[in-house]
Write a protein that binds this ligand. Structure first.
Ligand code: APR
Length: 320
């Protein structure tokens, strides 16, 4: 059987890490595309030379020609720019919308059958715009946020309870940003809800509230420490888990930004909810019952995503 083809659009910090992980996991042959000349070629060569040491078989091609993504099975998009000092939200939206337009058209032309995972921020708006520009079916275009946000939540909880991260199953809903909704009622340690562990005296509500808040600002905490750039190891690892769920038809239930058509009372918006990822892409949204507080917080998050989308439509009339 021919190897799968993984196309990475954007060869920056996350793109390069994705290429290394995809090669290490032998997910298929890899195309690393960027507009910056030489950079994807250099990274591809460097990662190829890990092969003899790590023992992976994968062809890694760096390119500045979008046509090289032709026939890709999975595409992961990190192309774009980060917000720079002095830049308004709408300036950033304008630039990254332009990038999504170019990338979306490239995908439509060269790899319309791919499963597309978007990582570019602001995530919930960019994945929606990328879907619009590419014209691909909604189930084949998803955003990576919830897997990362849940991993951050799980990490902090494992530290708090002094247990293995393997035993923590964390649950985060909503948009990727300050309004995300970590749901403690559905977050468990070996099946025991966090709320019950608090009742058992293994932590306090105050400590869990602080962890929820730290999770919400998890990206910003890393930006402040790095000083240049943002997180890339865990974002790349998260997208690889989603890609593997698709390629392996694993039917994993992962929190992803998916297109909602009435579920959770939301229509025509990409928001983070649990979804079955398998060979059909985003196969089925899992609609869980939310209690009063989580429901209200989810609504705040949805409103924030909708506001961002309206700003996008104002900037790019073809989206309206
Ligand atoms: N086509 C292809 N690549 C592009 C384009 C474009 N039109 N515009 C910009 N790029 C490339 C840049 O040249 C750069 O190499 O996108 C890459 C982005 O890489 P980094 O700046 O290193 O950003 P990274 O840390 O990888 O994050 C990428 O993911 O989490 C989000 O907020 C983050 O939006 C950002 C994205």
């Amino acid at each position: 059987m021919a190897r799968k083809k993984i196309a990475l659009i954007g060869a920056g910090m996350i793109g390069g890490t994705l290429a290394h992980l995809a090669a290490k996991h032998e997910m298929g042959d890899i195309v690393l595309y960027d507009i910056a000349e030489g950079m994807p070629q250099g990274k591809a060569l460097d990662i190829s030379q890990c092969g003899p040491i790590e023992g992976f078989d994968a062809t890694i091609k760096g390119t500045n020609d979008i046509a090289d993504i032709a026939g890709a099975d999975v595409i992961i998009v990190t192309a774009g720019i980060a917000r720079k000092p002095g830049m308004s939200r709408d300036d950033l939206l304008g630039v990254n919308l332009g990038v999504m337009k170019a990338v979306g058209q490239g995908i439509a032309t060269h790899a319309p059958n791919a499963f597309v995972i978007c990582i570019t921020n602001p995530l919930d708006a960019m994945v929606w715009a990328l879907r619009e520009f590419s014209g691909l079916p909604h189930n084949k275009v998803v955003g990576m946020a919830g897997v990362l946000d849940s991993a951050r939540f799980a990490t902090f909880l494992a530290w708090e309870f002094g247990v293995s991260v393997k035993d923590v199953n964390a649950f985060v809903l909503g948009g990727h940003g300050d309004t995300m909704v970590p749901v403690t009622a559905y977050t468990t340690v070996s099946g025991i809800p966090v709320d019950d562990l608090v009742k058992m005296g293994r932590s306090t509500k105050e400590k869990i509230d602080a962890i929820v808040q730290r999770t919400r600002s998890g990206g910003g905490e890393i930006v402040a420490l790095l000083k240049t750039g943002s997180a890339y190891y865990a974002p790349a690892t998260s997208a690889i888990a989603m890609a593997e769920a698709y390629l392996g038809d694993q039917k994993r239930i992962l929190p992803c930004a998916v297109h909602l058509t009435g579920q959770y009372g939301v229509d025509d918006l990409y928001v983070g909810v649990p979804v079955v990822i398998g060979a059909g892409g985003a196969e089925e949204v899992i609609e869980i019952a939310l209690d009063g507080e989580a429901k209200a917080n989810f609504q705040v998050s949805v409103d924030a995503v909708r506001e961002l989308l309206e700003a996008c439509k104002g900037i790019e009339p073809s989206l309206a």
